[in-house]
Design a protein around this ligand. Sequence first.
Ligand code: IPM
Ligand code: MG
Length: 372
Amino acid sequence: MKLNIAVLSGDGIGPEVTTQAIKVLKAIASAFNHDFTFTESMVGAIAIDKLGDPLPESTLKLCKSSDAVLFGAIGDPKYDNDPSAKVRPEQGLLKLRKALELYTNIRPVKAYDSLLNLSPLKKERIENTDICIYRELTGGIYFGEKQVSNNGNTASDVCEYSRTEIERITHLAFKAAKTRNKKVTLVDKANVLESSRLWRKVVTEIANEYPEITLDFLFVDNAAMQLILNPKQFDVILTENMFGDIISDEASVIGGSIGLLASASIGDQYALFEPIHGSFPQATNKGIANPIASILSAAMLLEHFKLFKEGQLIKDAVERSLALNITTPDINDDYKLNTTSDIGDFIEDFINNQDDTNVNILNRHLGQSTII
Ligand code: IPM
Ligand code: MG
């Protein structure tokens, strides 16, 4: 398959983790005879610094003419600590999501057997957790009207949803549940918010078209608690933009590190793949950033184009790297052992040597053995 991939690696650790994902995609292309091309463009704080715009026109144009976008991370502390900044890196990502109409953000959360002991949550609670969060991505409070009063002492952000916006993601969530454990949980705040009551109404109607799926509802405050108390009760979680943002960071605790969580942002025309973590400026260029979220986002990219064998191979490689403790310091105390690019090298090598079950795999795939 031929794929043109736009690469927007962005700020902080974005470039270093994205480099690993590209390394892995190139290994897949050569192992399976695909033709992937990668074209880079700027986004976020770096684009503000160089071009004065977090989403330059040329970047948007590239994304629109590509088959998929591989995104790194954006954000810079100099903007976080300046509430008066007129332009912010995050606007680049938000504008991009809106311009490409990426209305569904899919965030899988899984407890890996080899990492169960790393989670601050009890092993028995999280073992076998397998959740997929469907977060609405182009509506709600993120995109509603924003106002600041003339004296600057009052501010508001409107949370607005239309039936159509709810319907389109809801169908995708139900279709996903059909291929999984056949349950959808709508997370909302329908006891307080009109917009949440509209979600409940529309989702309940649509559920009639999917009789094999069980639908239940949770208020977001309770959902936040249930995710920690009993994450195994969830299969597909469907929710609006901001609730999805918050509960997906919370859910990352189940997996042991936010550095493991990948995501796909899908619309009717375009698709973008990105780790859910941010730019982690403190870790930039130290070789300690976990590239797994970016690598798993690349696997989601392949699956989006129905390259399921290829996606699975990456996921198998990732599981093997975790089982062998070839991991970065967020999930490994012995952090001198593996750098960001060691992890990418291991996964690349695993793809190139698929039949390798040798016990010496650890050394060989890190290029440390003399055995041929
Ligand atoms: C995410 C991020 C973004 C969001 C930020 C960077 C705008 O937190 O993708 O979860 O809030 O959507
Ligand atoms: Mg977030």
